[in-house]
Each structure stands twice: as structure tokens, then as C-alpha cells.
Design a protein around this ligand. Sequence first.
Ligand code: KIV
Length: 270
Amino acid sequence: MTAAERKPLTLHRLRAMHAAGDKLVMLTCYDASFARVLDEAGVDLLLVGDSLGMVLQGRDSTLPVTLDEMAYHTQCVARGNRFGWVIADLPFGAYHATVAQAVDSAARLMQAGAHMVKLEGGGWTAPVVAALVERGMPVCAHLGLTPQSVHALGGWRVQGRDDDAAARLKRDARELVDAGAALMVLELMPSALAAELQASLPIPLVGIGAGPGVAGQVLVLHDMLGITGGRVPRFVRNFMADGGSVGDAVRRYVAAVRDGSFPDPMLHGY
Ligand code: KIV
């Protein structure tokens, strides 16, 4: 498809893609230059993730990231983007106190150029999701390993392995869908559980370390470009390994997600 034929993604078209069985391609993105590269390579969903705290700022968790920082990076990404759907993370502490605080924080990110906001966790977040959706702010939920709760979860571990934990995740996911979440990220959980959730829920689920049985995939940009220092999680594939430009690597990722060759359940699944 040429740039002249391509149209900016909307929630309506995202739902139509999901209904047609098309895979959704998401990558994290934190600035205008990369937004341009990702957009031109055909990435559907540009996530201004609070992972920027670790990737750009060199911190050891996402917890210190502020709403001001998220708004700044959302503005940068929005300026570089033409066709993608921009999702901005509500950072830790920006939606935890009250529903009113969450509404104010989400409005700030929407004004910065986000098309949708993302928040982590289930249970107490369902009324927050309902309030944002009622006020015209689309919401992406995030379950499984939720990095803002890393200390409560006991580290970066696979979630939902035992029956109780799996049942809790299923209940949380259903409540978030009922509250109006239009998209959901599933991070670090058994592939079978993620596939079961996808089969039982009407919205697209986007996995990271959640296997191939979901509607879409997301990776942290710097991980898939092989420029993250230290150990990368097993679910990451280095798309720069075959050489070429950053644009080539992103195009390989887009193609691999669309044709289902990434993630490989044996190499990248749990
Ligand atoms: O902040 C982030 O990059 C994320 C992804 C890991 C999904 O939430």
C-alpha cells in the first residue's frame, strides 16, 4: 500500500482488522525520529511506554517516570507519526489516588497527542477504565507482569502459572473488558493462558512474552534492535541481527508478526 492510499488508524479500523483476523503490530516509541521510521515501516500501534524510564533514562524500573515526562515523549511521538495509533502509558502514581486524578492525567496525555491511554492492573482499575471511556478516552489495559507493580510481584516473573493466579487474571480481564477497555496488553504469561483469554474475550489482546495465540504483538523497540544493555528477556528477538538499516529491522518485525512467524512458541514462549 502506498502512503497516498494509507489512512490513519482509528479504533474502528483496529476493530475491523481484528475481526478480519489481521495481526496487530505494536512497538514502543519515544521520539519523533523513531515514530517516523516505525510509521513508514507499517507499525500499527506506537506505544509511548513508561519503559522509557529504563530504556532512555537508565533507571532500574518504570516507577520514577513522571506524567510530565510521559506528556513530553507523547508530544514527540505524535509529531513524527502520521498513520499509527498512538498509545501513552499512564505512569505510576498518576491514576492510583482517585478516579478524578486518573481523568486529569489521561486528559493530559490525550492533549499531548495520544489516541489512547494505557494503565496497568486489574480489580481496582475497572472503575477507572469505565470513567475514562465514559469521558471519550479510549483505554488499553495491561495484565500479567505489570512493571509498575514489580516490587509487589516479587520481580520480573511469569504470571498466571498456577490455577488461582490464572483464574484471577481471567476475572480481571473480563472486568476490564466490561468496563470498556478496547485493547489489552498481556505481558509475561503462559502462552496457553493468553490464547485462552483471547478466545474468550471480544477485544484484541497484544502479547509480550505471551505466545502467538493473541491478536497482536509488542516489543520494546531498543530490545528488538539489539541495543539494550545487559540480558534481554527470552521472548525478545533481535531483528537487527540480519543487518541492514533500522527501517529494515522494523519491516522484518512487521512482516514476522503479520505472518505469525514471530513469536516462535518454542523460542519465545512460556
Ligand atoms: O512500557 C512499556 O514499554 C510497556 C510494554 C512492555 C508493553 O508497557
